[in-house]
Design a binder for this molecule. Structure first.
Ligand code: SAM
Length: 224
């Protein structure tokens, strides 16, 4: 346990602060969340390497630096309500829940959603709400959101997500016409009808599959 705590501190200093993440609330969140609890036991010893790791359903828990970059880009405040698309392991949801008031997170794979829900509950994250479904449609019943983060890459910014942003809200999403690489965009809703987009750099994510994302995994991924 103590050994993981040391590894966690080292990761925060070397891979996050050392690479330019400076929001103290973000760094504190990474100091608090035990990443080893979000991967299979076989991968626990790799939990504090700054790399993605495999989880069920052919998906990944994202690289800590990228999670930190995206979280910092959301400019979270303690009373913010956040929507995450792509719960995966639940790790990024826990990071967000350390900083913001409530986190609503949607995962399309039922096994992942169920596992993340019980894991987050066990770890005491009572401010995270997990839904199984197509996150490209957002969560209209809980909108508007101060911040929305999409942890899978889509061909465009889903219109529903833009519409579910509060005025002043920030949406961070990887967007790219190819599956190989995307640009990380921050979309800021500045008024009812106006958004401003910034490009935060190149990233690589698993595909966002849904009504306002890629059509179907089998059509876009090479067959084995
Ligand atoms: N945030 C996750 C974590 O901390 O472990 C990493 C997520 S992984 C890179 C991306 C996730 O997005 C996958 O679990 C995938 O199943 C999910 N996903 C893809 N398309 C989705 C959609 N339309 N709605 C909800 N989840 C989706």
């Amino acid at each position: 346990m103590n050994q993981f705590k040391q590894q966690r501190e080292r990761m925060v200093a070397r891979d996050l602060a050392g690479r330019g993440i400076h929001d103290e609330a973000v760094l504190d969140a990474f100091r608090a969340v035990p990443r080893e609890e979000f991967v299979a036991e076989d991968y626990a010893h790799l939990a504090y390497q700054d790399s993605p790791l495999p989880i069920e359903n052919g998906q990944t828990i994202s690289q800590p630096y990228i999670v930190a970059l995206m979280t910092e880009a959301l400019e979270l405040k303690p009373d913010d309500r956040v929507l995450e698309i792509g719960t995966g392991s639940g790790y990024a949801a826990a990071i967000l829940a350390e900083i913001a008031q409530d986190v609503y997170t949607i995962e399309r794979h039922k096994t992942l959603a169920d596992t993340a829900r019980s894991r987050l509950k066990k770890l005491g994250y009572n401010n995270v709400h997990v839904l199984q479904g197509d996150g490209t449609l957002g969560w209209p019943e809980q909108a508007p959101f101060d911040a929305i983060v999409v942890t899978a890459g889509g061909p465009d910014v889903p219109q529903n997500l833009k519409q579910q942003l509060a005025i002043g809200g920030r949406l961070v999403i990887p967007v790219g016409k190819s599956l190989q690489t995307q640009e990380l965009l921050r979309v800021r809703r500045v008024s009812e009808n106006e958004t401003i987009e910034e490009d935060l750099g190149a990233v690589r994510f698993v595909p966002l599959v849904g009504e306002q994302g890629w059509a179907d995994e089998s059509a876009i991924l090479p067959s084995k």
